[in-house]
Each structure stands twice: as structure tokens, then as C-alpha cells.
Design a protein around this ligand. Structure first.
Ligand code: AMP
Ligand code: GLY
Length: 427
């Protein structure tokens, strides 16, 4: 099978690493990829939203499968584009339709979906310019803290948690009136604050059946002991000690099953990953958000733990036999530690030379996944805020995180920073 993978982050490096191991994978191409994905396939200079260029490439290179890493092309309708083109319609597309991708692309859509299917989530109300005054009244009576969410995609920055009413009113005005996130904040979801511990669960579904492929805990804050601003993710662990069988059973019965049957009842075409962002309150799971893709850096622990052939799973998803797939997961503990460029999640420099890779070829229990990197004539340089992540396996989470830090101690670029406390609350 010839496969085209869209994306260029650590998630895509981990997916490329995994798919390249499959005997079902003949040729692997990554658009646009990074210096890490190039070790497992051929990077091609095509943008993730350039569907016409993807079409020509797929025809020329006899592509059989398109695997979509990030949410943007899915929300923009890459699935529908491929299915509506005669020359492309037989390509297996791993990712939901445009309509179903609204589970991530519109917070209001996902809240209504959860309400219709009685899926536990925070209580909410939605507002636009039309009912702005009503929204202000709602906010001033709301219990604290108040969660405000831009409806559309906002590059992970569209959620603000406010600890007083004046701040909430200001954020509300910034989003709706001042268009802080452009059209993405034309509509705002105002939500109850859920106080608990977060964990993410990952499922592959064909819209009828599903398989749980793993779970992970992400460390979102830039600073140690979960301090400072939110980032795309500074590290992850899997398995998560508090996710026991009893909790997973609740997740499956109260959340996963009603979600998948909801997709089916509403005729929403879904052939891909569902990322359930959950919060656990007194042993009960609630949905904070759905994403229509894998997480980053969650993929970098979930995929190395997964022992089942991923390409075979994608093929089974496409031909209606997903339910027959056996999922094997390594029982050992995995941790990934993300190295970022100085200044991230604010402004940061690019094109910084990365050194130290050369001596690291024989890593026993660790894998380096590239995120924001680029191969140049001058070697590998940084090309983003999150630069690379090191995943390690050990008998304990702490040992896995320590192994990753040992690897990171040998890699250098100006202003490199990583958290030294990933998994600190466990073991
Ligand atoms: P989201 O983009 O929906 O994942 O939200 C980003 C982060 O905001 C989540 O990972 C949570 O940490 C936090 N968050 C979102 N919604 C809530 C909520 N209702 N209660 C508490 N925290 C929330
Ligand atoms: N790490 C969070 C995300 O991928 O959305």
C-alpha cells in the first residue's frame, strides 16, 4: 500500500515511524513532514490544506491511503474532497467527514451533540453578537471560575478560564466584539468549570464499531509543577495510574458508546480517530472536548505502546472489520518529554542549529520524535516552538521520564527548554 500522511509535528513522526514498520506499507510519503519523518519515508513539499496538489500527487504516485494528522484539513473537508473526486474515491481516508469534524471544529456543535446523546459534560450556554447583552447578564450571574470558549478552531488558544466576573466580561467582549480569534470567536460557549484531573482516551472508529487504542495524560503548562501559560503539550505519560478498569468501563459505557452510536444515528461519516479530552471528578468521567485526530504529544506515547499493526487497523476500519482487530498494548510505562524553543508559547526563534544527534544512534529504550525541525544543508535546525520530544519506556513512569531527560541532556540548541518533572505525581 502507498500511503500519504499529512502533517509535520511529533505526532506525524510517531505515525510515520509506526506505519513504516507495517508490512502493508510499501511507500510512505509525508506532506510536508519534518527532518524526523524523512527517516521513514519521503517528505513532499505540499501544504496540509492544498487539496488540489494532494490530488495530483495521489494520482501520480498511486496512493492507496491518506492519513490525516492535524485537524485543520479535516475541518476544511479533506475527507469530502477525496470522496467526491472520481480519481480519488477508492483511497482509504483516515479522518472524519467535514460535518463530523465539527465535533472539534465547533464547540457549540459538540456541546449540542453531547446533550442530544446524554454524554456527561459541563453545563453551557452559547452567545453571538445577536444575544450579546443576554450573554453579559448570564456571565454576571455565573458561578466562578467561568470557562469561555471560542466556537471555532483557534490554534489551541481559544479557551480562557476566568476567576472573576470583570475578566470574564472583558474576554467575552474581546472574543465577540473585538474578534480576537476572527470568525472563530463569532460564537462563544460559556461553560461551567469542572474541577478534576484530566486524561485523554483515543479511539479508532468506522462510525459503527470502535477500538480503544490507548490513553495518556498531557502536561499542558510550560512551567514545572504545572505553572505558567498553557502550551500545546510539554510531555505525556501512558498508562496513567488512576485510569483503572472500573473507570475505563464508565468511559466506554457513558462516553465512547453513546458518541459512536450518536455518529451513526445522525449519519455522520466518521473513519478515523476520536480524541476524548476527559476530566475525572470523584471517579466519574466528563467530556471537556472532542478532537477529530490524535493528540500531540499524546501520540508519541500511545503509538509506541500500541503493539498492533496500525496500517492493518486502518484497512480494517475501511472494510468494516475493525471489530475483529486484536489490540495489544505494552504494559510497561511510557513517558515523553518535549524540548521547546526559548520563549515558547510566546515568540521564539527559528533556524537554530540542533546538535548532538550524531552520537545517539544506539538508543536502547528511547526514541527521538522530531516536531518543529527542518533538514538544511547546514544540518538539522529548529522550525517551530515545540522542537522535539523524547519518548522512553521503563518499569516506572519516573524511570521512563528520567531516561528521556538523559537523552535530552545530550541534545543542544540555543534556548532549549524542557520540563524536568513530567510524571512527577506518579510512582
Ligand atoms: P480545550 O481546548 O477545550 O481542550 O480546553 C483547553 C483546556 O482548558 C483543557 O485541557 C482544560 O484544561 C481546560 N478546560 C476546558 N474546559 C474546561 C471546563 N469546563 N472546566 C475546567 N477546565 C476546562
Ligand atoms: N496535546 C493536546 C492536543 O493535541 O490537542
Amino acid at each position: 500500500m502507498n500511503i500519504l500522511l499529512l502533517g509535520s509535528g511529533g505526532r506525524e513522526h510517531a505515525l510515520a515511524w509506526k506505519m513504516a514498520k507495517s508490512h502493508h506499507c510499501d511507500q510512505l510519503f509525508i506532506a510536508p513532514g519534518n527532518a524526523g519523518t524523512a527517516q521513514f519515508g519521503t517528505n513532499v513539499a505540499i501544504g496540509i490544506n492544498d487539496f488540489e496538489a494532494q490530488k495530483s500527487f495521489c494520482i501520480e504516485n498511486k496512493i492507496n491511503m491518506l492519513v490525516v494528522g492535524p485537524e485543520e484539513p479535516l475541518v476544511n473537508g479533506v475527507y469530502d474532497f477525496f470522496k467526491n473526486e472520481e480519481a480519488l474515491e477508492n483511497i482509504v481516508v483516515v479522518g472524519p467527514s467535514k460535518e463530523a469534524a465539527q465535533l472539534e471544529g465547533s464547540k457549540a456543535f459538540s456541546k449540542k451533540f453531547m446533550q442530544r446523546h446524554k454524554i456527561p459534560t459541563a453545563g453551557y450556554a452559547e452567545f453571538t453578537k445577536e444575544n450579546y447583552e443576554e450573554g453579559k447578564k448570564h456571565l454576571s450571574k455565573h458561578t466562578l471560575p467561568i470557562v469561555l470558549k471560542a466556537d471555532g478552531l483557534a490554534a489551541g488558544k481559544g479557551v480562557v478560564i476566568c476567576n472573576d466576573h470583570a475578566e470574564a466580561l472583558q474576554v467575552f467582549e474581546d472574543m465577540i466584539i473585538n474578534k480576537q480569534f476572527g470568525n472563530a470567536s463569532n460564537k462563544v460557549v460559556v461553560e461551567e468549570f469542572l474541577d478534576g484531573i484530566e486524561v485523554s482516551v483515543f479511539v479508532l472508529t468506522d462510525g459503527k464499531d470502535y477500538q480503544i487504542i490507548g490513553h495518556a495524560k498531557d502536561y499542558k503548562r510550560i512551567g514545572e509543577a504545572d505553572s505558567g501559560p498553557n502550551t500545546g503539550g510539554m510531555g505525556c505519560v501512558s498508562p496513567v495510574p488512576f485510569v483503572d478498569e472500573a473507570f475505563m468501563q464508565k468511559v466506554e459505557e457513558q462516553i465512547i458508546k453513546p458518541t459512536v452510536s450518536g455518529l451513526q444515528k445522525e449519519n455522520l461519516s466518521y473513519n478515523g480517530f476520536i480524541f476524548f479530552g476527559l476530566i475525572k471528578i470523584n471517579d466519574e468521567p466528563f467530556v471537556i472536548e472532542y478532537n477529530c485526530r490524535m493528540g500531540d504529544p499524546e501520540t508519541e506515547v500511545v503509538i509506541p505502546r500500541l503493539q498492533t499493526d496500525l496500517v492493518a487497523m486502518f484497512a480494517a476500519m475501511d472494510n468494516g472489520t475493525l471489530v475483529d482487530v486484536n489490540i495489544y498494548t505494552d504494559e510497561k510505562k511510557y513517558a515523553t518529554v518535549v524540548a521547546v524553543s526559548g520563549g515558547y508559547p510566546g515568540d521564539y526563534k527559528k533556524n537554530l542549529k540542533i546538535s548532538g544527534f550524531e552520537d545517539l544512534k544506539m538508543l536502547q529504550d528511547s526514541i527521538i520524535f522530531h516536531a518543529g525541525t527542518k533538514q538544511t544543508d547546514n544540518g538539522i535546525v529548529t522550525n517551530g516552538g515545540r522542537v522535539l520530544t523524547v519518548t522512553s519506556v521503563a518499569e516506572t513512569i519516573n524511570d521512563a521520564a528520567k531516561k528521556s531527560m538523559k537523552v535530552l541532556e545530550q541534545i543542544h540548541f540555543d534556548g532549549m527548554y524542557y520540563r524536568r518533572d513530567i510524571g512527577y505525581e506518579f510512582d
